[in-house]
Design a protein around this ligand. Structure first.
Ligand code: ATP
Ligand code: MG
Length: 383
């Protein structure tokens, strides 16, 4: 039974907020999740992800604003009247029922008698056809999680909400389940809204990621776009690692901006600067660790002209298989990260070596220096 004539699974949040007493967990938020997309809400603990999800599900009443699903305003509907299902981290299967009956539960509750075909299809979808007669405790964590997804999907929700559904799994199983959930979403084609604090998980799975910080969405976009063009220090540091270097705005040269960092200069495409660029003003120059090449100081003459460069000394080197991760102290900035693919390793690049860091100006971005330089770093988030 459809509650509305349209099938749209768009989720539209307009000005929704949530306050508890004098504390604002979610500031007024406008967000549209297009039908059929895989959308991730990403952010550190306490930033308001679960609260936002619970307002979509109807488990939490918004302090202000509206929730629409397609053309239907569901703001004042109770959870069970919304075409939405939620999968939680604690998937809470019924321990005394077998897998088949766990998945059949939603259908039986609605008084549907012939459940066999639908349940079998669902078990097939999550690749648990063989396990139908087992009890939950006889399955692995990943298998139990897939039962929870099947149990939600059998109700044909227009939107599936997932709150850290992989949080209880170990890393390897998490990676498998990320691909598995992505496959299921592509196959059923309904809107998934997935909450996680794991940036790799969000980037692996989602078409669109909304990065939340302190009850606000700081930036929203496709994973690659967020990664390459962060607009705030929080996004630059929380999504992967960024080197952020204080610099002073110098002259313009065509479409480029020339910046002064210590004694040297760095060139930045004007279009990649989100900070005010009055000459003499401060900006934070950003460069991702894998975009930087390392050359031993003795070979500095071989570096092609036109590259941004900084001198430094290797403070630490960690070999991690596919790459070596260096920490480099430069006169303009201590603790720069550089990741070098292990193709041809230069045996001279060991702690204590003098090096030149260099990269293409095109890979340089710049952010407003008025923000905290360490926002979103592991140290800052843990504090
Ligand atoms: N019922 C409540 N009463 C008071 N404060 C609450 C309540 N529920 C949540 N909060 C607060 O609102 C903020 C956001 O909580 P929320 O559960 O949405 O965070 P989260 O992003 O899901 O975090 P996590 O990653 O740890 O699950 C937190 O600071 C939390 O303490
Ligand atoms: Mg949460």
């Amino acid at each position: 039974m459809k509650t509305t004539p349209d099938n749209s699974g768009d989720v539209r949040l307009s000005g929704i907020s949530k306050t508890y007493g004098s504390f604002t967990a979610v500031h007024p938020l406008d967000l549209t999740v297009p039908e059929g997309s895989f959308f991730a809400l990403l952010g550190a603990s306490g930033c308001g992800k679960t609260t936002t999800l619970r307002m979509i599900a109807g488990l939490e009443e918004p302090t202000t604003g509206t929730v629409r699903l397609g053309d239907q305003d569901v703001t004042h509907l109770p959870p069970y009247k919304r075409p939405v299902n939620t999968v939680f981290q604690s998937y809470a299967l019924f321990p005394h029922l077998d897998i088949f009956e766990n998945v059949a539960f939603g259908l039986r509750r609605r008084g549907i008698k012939s459940v066999k075909k639908q349940v079998e299809e669902m078990l097939e979808l999550v690749q648990l056809g063989e396990q139908a007669r087992k009890k939950p405790h006889q399955l692995s964590g990943g298998q139990q999680q897939r039962v929870a997804v099947a149990r939600a999907l059998i109700n044909h929700p227009r939107v599936l909400l997932l709150d850290e559904p992989l949080g209880a799994l170990d890393l390897k199983l998490r990676r498998q389940m990320q691909l598995e959930l992505k496959r299921i979403q592509t196959e059923v084609g309904i809107t998934f809204v997935h909450v996680t604090h794991d940036q790799e998980e969000a980037m692996t799975m989602a078409d669109t990621v909304a990065v939340m910080n302190g009850g606000r969405v700081e930036q929203l976009g496709a994973p690659a776009d967020l990664y390459e063009n962060p607009r705030t220090t929080f996004v630059a540091n929380f999504l992967g690692t960024s080197n952020l270097i204080e610099a002073e705005v110098g002259t313009r040269s065509g479409d480029d901006i020339v910046l002064k960092a210590g004694d040297g200069k760095l060139v930045l495409p004007g279009a990649r600067c989100t900070a005010p660029t009055t000459a003499g003003g401060k900006v934070l120059v950003g460069i991702r660790p894998e975009k930087i090449s390392l050359t031993h100081a003795d070979d500095a003459g071989e570096i092609p002209a036109g590259r941004n460069r900084l001198t430094g000394k290797i403070a630490d080197a960690s070999f991690i298989g596919v790459s070596t991760q260096y920490v480099i102290d430069s006169p303009v900035c201590a603790g720069l990260s550089v990741y070098v693919q292990n193709v041809e390793r230069d045996g001279r690049l060991v702690p204590g070596a003098d090096v030149v860091l260099h990269w293409s100006p095109a890979h340089t971005f710049a952010l407003d220096a008025a923000q905290a330089i360490d926002a979103g770093t592991e140290e800052e988030v843990a504090a």
